[in-house]
Unconditional design. Structure first.
Length: 476
């Protein structure tokens, strides 16, 4: 008998699961109320990283003069002669997102997946009630249900987003002109990325952070480098400042802090987290247990507490990454349809904060390393000592590598550098395959290259590991 699979949500967790489900012989239906690809493709990852790609060009232009590049016959710097057309940028951003969504639709259609435009609600654990975009209802019998409904931007009751002056991260792409002064509330990954991007585009940015430094939860050394870069480039970072409210006043906005201070700007971006889309879709009636925050509780093979019901993606609160969502969805199908499957291993998940410079991490959580929960040998090599970095005029950043002190098995690492998202893959492989620093050090790297610093860190860990030294050591 062919297994009937119903998937709520067409984001990375949903559409990747659908492809595996069909591959394993399932009869698969995907229900999506927006567009295929979900928020990751239409309003989050793809749009934001496309915007950031434009910002990276501006960062390069601003650094061109130190490399000896100037306009012929001009005394003004190259950066002052370049103008950003935000309307054109955002049109390209959204066009690219739509085309990516269309590509996913074609792929699912060719694979034989049925796609329904609408929303779904669990009817127990063996059926889903679909309400289509036209208002019609259909009951779909299901042997397997996967919930991959994602999240919605969180808003403060005292700072409601209007899509014009007070914005969430879905609404920023409606802007046609650069803000005169952008107040970004929230210094987590989303807030830091948008603050970095808009500042690179030439906007006066104020970043309101409730913590001591930006990016709480990330490697503290990496976060400090980024905050130093932000401030040295002219961004205003308001640490230990919690936003209490925001209001539109005339042609601008006023953000009120909880200590009574007011911050004025032309626009405000609220980056204060996300709420899982789990309300009113029949989860609790079906026996699916939720956390206090509304996220779905799953095990390492994506099962919920209800038999036959699985969950994947941001709605689970495991790790808000498209790559993790996709893997959770695949694992759900492999497990439910009887294929060989390995449980989700978060230690081998690499992640990147797409700021300038980028911050990429993999392995044992840095907070646990810093708290002494792991006994490790580790080393940090500044980017400024790398020959290729010197050639490119790069000074801000580092490569950090840590391993078990006796066996030398690589546990993880942190890279702060341009294109750290590409460089981290080497360390990810080392962590996943339990490679030792000795083996890592013997693999060739190109000279000169930024990746050479990763191999150099491994070589120096061998020398220090031989003496069983631990802790953060700077090279001599």
């Amino acid at each position: 008998m062919t297994a009937r699979v119903v998937i709520l949500g067409g984001g990375p967790g949903g559409y990747e699961a659908a492809l595996v489900g069909v591959q394993l012989g399932g009869e698969v239906v995907v229900i999506e109320r927006g567009g295929l690809g979900g928020a990751a493709v239409l309003t989050d990852c793809v749009p934001s990283k496309t915007l950031i790609a434009t910002a990276e060009v501006m960062t390069t232009i601003k650094g061109a003069e130190q490399l000896g590049i100037r306009l012929a016959g001009e005394t003004a710097s190259l950066a002052t002669r370049v103008r950003v057309d935000l309307g054109a940028v955002n049109r390209r951003v959204m066009d690219l997102a739509e085309r990516q969504s269309d590509d996913i639709a074609v792929k699912l259609e060719e694979a034989g997946v049925r796609v329904i435009r609408g929303s779904g609600r669990l009817d127990g654990t063996e059926a889903v009630i679909v309400t289509t975009a036209d208002g019609e209802q259909e009951r779909l019998a299901a042997d397997i249900i996967l919930v991959a409904t994602g999240t919605t931007p969180r808003e403060l009751d005292t700072a409601r987003c209007d899509g014009r002056r007070i914005l969430n991260w879905k609404q920023v792409y409606d802007l046609t002109e650069l803000p005169e002064r952008l107040i970004v509330v929230g210094s987590g990954v989303t807030g830091a990325e948008f603050a970095s991007a808009y500042h690179s585009l030439g906007v006066d940015v104020v970043l309101v952070s409730s913590r001591d430094q930006v990016l709480p939860g990330q490697d503290s050394d990496a976060a400090q480098v980024l905050q130093d870069v932000f401030e040295s480039r002219g961004m205003t970072v308001m640490s230990r400042s919690r936003a209490a409210a925001a209001r539109v006043e005339g042609d601008g906005v006023v953000v009120t802090l909880d200590d009574g201070r007011e911050v004025r700007g032309s626009h405000c971006l609220m980056a204060v987290g996300a709420i899982p889309n789990t309300a009113d879709i029949g989860l609790e009636d079906a026996g699916v247990q939720l956390t206090a925050s509304g996220h779905i509780i799953t095990d390492k093979v994506s099962r919920t507490t209800a038999r036959g019901v699985y969950a994947a993606g941001d709605v689970t609160g495991v790790f808000a990454l498209a790559s993790v969502a996709a893997m959770q969805g695949r694992i759900a199908m492999w497990h439910s349809l009887g294929a060989a499957v390995a449980p989700l291993d978060m230690r081998s998940v690499s992640s990147t904060v797409f700021t300038a410079p980028e911050i990429a991490t993999v392995g044992a959580p840095q907070q646990q390393v810093e708290a002494g929960e792991f006994t490790v040998s580790q080393i940090t090599l500044p980017l400024s000592s790398n020959a290729r970095a010197k050639m490119q005029g790069l000074a801000d950043g580092f490569v950090k590598l840590y391993c078990l002190p006796v066996t030398g098995i690589v546990l993880g690492g942190v890279i702060v550098a341009p294109h750290a998202s590409e460089l981290i893959h080497a360390i990810t492989l080392a962590v996943s395959e339990r490679i030792t620093v000795d083996d890592f050090a013997h693999d060739f790297t190109v000279y000169p290259s930024l990746s050479g610093s990763i191999a150099e860190a491994a070589r120096q860990l061998h020398l220090r590991g031989a003496n069983r030294l631990s802790g953060d050591r700077q090279p001599t």
